[in-house]
Write a protein that binds this ligand. Structure first.
Ligand code: SF4
Ligand code: SF4
Length: 329
């Protein structure tokens, strides 16, 4: 299976000679493998493309990616951002009583996956010609582990809260004392407990917009605000960045306890925290802006070792170079 992706922000047809079209051997023989779209940018036919890669090398702005993917993924396409757009294959599966981790770099579909699982995006299943619908989505997921979850999202019966990744942006969009923000977020009467568990007592009177709140304090604030909400599924996108090791362990313990009662999904880059916190992990691999694949869930240690090795033995796929650690004296 071959996909052709145009990185639209890089493609500048007014500053090139449309080398992609000019040198495509299929176009030269007279077919329409690449045509000019309504916006003046190229549209590549994946059916006609033979994958020679000439357009990739000829484009002066490296705006085209032609990628070969395993045939098995064909039926696993969950969402595609337009023709020649980014594609996400498969989704993580949230599970009650288990902390589910997602491990992988940024830019390959994590936010899209979270948006789909929280109902912000109706996945189009790659059917880019028609408007996506929940009926079609439920039909697709029928008989799978995700069916009940998607049904809950489609019927607005499932409440999802997301702890955002970029906590440094919080002071730009929020103001007030930390205490007041957390009291407002508290839907379960857990203010005292969460403040104490996350050691937030000393910062409660600080004002968010003051510019005097550290990244770690902002991280604790957003983790606490998320924990105080009453939801069915909690997403924590990088809950431990900016935190010191004690705070990381503290937050991990709280999230672990939460996962015994609710569905919890965590995106985490700290492998030690991932190991401590999660029961199962989905590896997310792919190419930034081009495609992302969510693997089937793996036991946490197996997932971490697989991630470090860069090789999925079950699927015989090398997704990155192995990560090796050097010993320092
Ligand atoms: S893909 Fe590259 S060569 Fe083709 S129009 Fe865009 S910038 Fe020009
Ligand atoms: S990979 Fe080759 S055949 Fe496919 S669009 Fe590019 S130049 Fe044409």
């Amino acid at each position: 299976m071959r996909i052709a992706v145009l990185l639209r922000d890089r493609c500048k047809p007014k500053r090139c000679s449309m080398e992609c079209i000019k040198y495509c051997p299929r176009v030269r023989t007279g077919d329409e493998t690449i045509v000019v779209g309504e916006d003046g940018k190229p549209v590549i036919s994946e059916e006609l493309c033979v994958g020679c890669g000439i357009c990739v090398h000829r484009c002066p702005f490296e705006a085209i990616k032609i990628v070969g993917l395993p045939e098995e993924l064909k039926t696993d396409l969950i969402h595609q951002f337009g023709k020649n757009g980014f594609r996400l294959f498969r989704l993580p599966v949230p599970k009650e009583g288990r902390c589910v981790g997602i491990l992988g770099p940024n830019g390959i579909g994590k936010t899209t996956a979270i948006s789909i699982l929280s109902g912000k995006i109706i996945p189009n299943l790659g059917e880019i010609g028609s408007k996506p619908s929940w009926d079609r989505v439920l039909e697709y997921f029928r008989g799978t582990e995700l069916y009940e979850h998607m049904r809950g999202v489609a019927n607005d019966e499932l409440r999802v809260v997301v702890k955002p990744q970029y906590v440094d942006k919080i002071p730009k969009i929020m103001e007030g004392r930390i205490k007041d923000v957390l009291r407002k977020a508290d839907e379960q009467g857990l203010f005292d407990e969460v403040v104490q568990r996350l050691s937030l007592n000393n910062v409660l009177d600080k004002r968010i917009e003051s510019g005097k709140i550290s990244g770690g304090e902002l991280q604790l604030l957003t983790n606490a605000a998320t924990l105080l909400k009453d939801a069915d599924l909690y997403f924590f996108d990088e809950p431990s960045s900016y935190l010191d090791i004690y705070q990381r362990l503290n937050v991990s313990r709280v999230l672990r306890e939460l996962s015994e009662k609710k569905k919890v999904v965590v995106v985490e880059h700290d492998l030690a925290i991932m190991d401590f916190l999660c029961d199962v992990v989905h590896i997310l691999y792919g190419e930034e802006g081009v495609f992302g694949v969510v693997t089937h869930p793996k036991a946490v240690r197996h997932a971490i070792n697989t991630y470090l090795s860069g090789y999925l033995s079950e699927e015989n796929i090398r997704f990155s170079e192995p990560i090796e650690f050097e010993e320092h004296p």
